[in-house]
Design a protein around this ligand. Structure first.
Ligand SMILES: O=C(O)CCC(=O)C(=O)O
Ligand SMILES: [Mn+2]
Length: 208
């Protein structure tokens, strides 16, 4: 059993994938956080974050969003998103640790983070671009995942000749989207009937 796990571990290397897509600038760093760091952060975030169940209005009905959400960051930077006005909770030690680790690579000082807690395969996020006006002209989005692997899909807004892009976001990975990506592409986390354990995603943003 130990040997099996050892082999598995040594086949997982820190890999960097730069996606060759038109009108996009997307890089994925797998294993950006070590397994030990990821496990600890996953547990801490589930326990300590001030998770909220927000609602959405759809077809005249008030429905629960299919995930839990929290917003943290600089206190003078509220965020209007998906019909909600989010007031930030103050940074925590864990969030500042994650932010400091990704800042060097992203070369940007993120002001805020939106956290999503996908409890199982039925939790999801629909197609959207992170293009709210508070995020400025070319938003830089630093996306960190802990826990269960989920499929992250991208599709071009106008180029119907381009195929949908599937990216697996694994435990400890860091996906960096910048440049014109949010103007030309939208993304989603689809639902799946597979039995999945929880996943936490953090999208660091800069509110100007
Ligand atoms: O969970 C994810 O990987 C995506 C989250 C996302 O797109 C968002 O928070 O805007
Ligand atoms: Mn998004």
């Amino acid at each position: 059993m130990d040997l099996f796990h050892q082999n598995l571990d040594s086949s997982l290397e820190l890999t960097t994938t730069k996606f060759d897509l038109p009108d996009a600038d997307i890089i994925l760093f797998n294993e950006f956080f070590t397994k030990t760091e990821s496990e600890k952060l996953y547990k801490n975030l589930i326990e300590k974050i001030n998770w909220q169940q927000y609602t959405i209005k759809m077809f005249g009905k008030i429905l629960n969003q299919p995930r839990l959400t929290a917003f943290y960051g600089e206190e003078d930077k509220p965020y209007a998103y998906s019909g909600l006005k989010l007031t930030p909770n103050p940074w925590t030690e864990d969030l500042l640790f994650i932010k400091s680790r990704i800042t060097k690579t992203a070369q940007i000082n993120f002001s805020s983070v939106l956290l999503n807690y996908y409890r199982n395969g039925q939790d999801s996020m629909g197609w959207h671009s992170d293009d709210e006006k508070e995020l400025g002209q070319n938003p830089v989005i630093g996306s960190i995942s802990f826990g269960e692997t989920r499929l992250f899909q991208l599709r071009h807004l106008t180029r119907k000749d381009l195929k949908k892009v599937d990216i697996k976001l694994t435990n400890g990975s860091f996906l960096l989207m910048k440049g014109q990506t949010q103007h030309y592409w939208e993304h989603q986390i689809p639902k799946t009937s597979k039995h999945l354990t929880p996943r936490i995603n953090l999208t660091f943003r800069t509110i100007v």
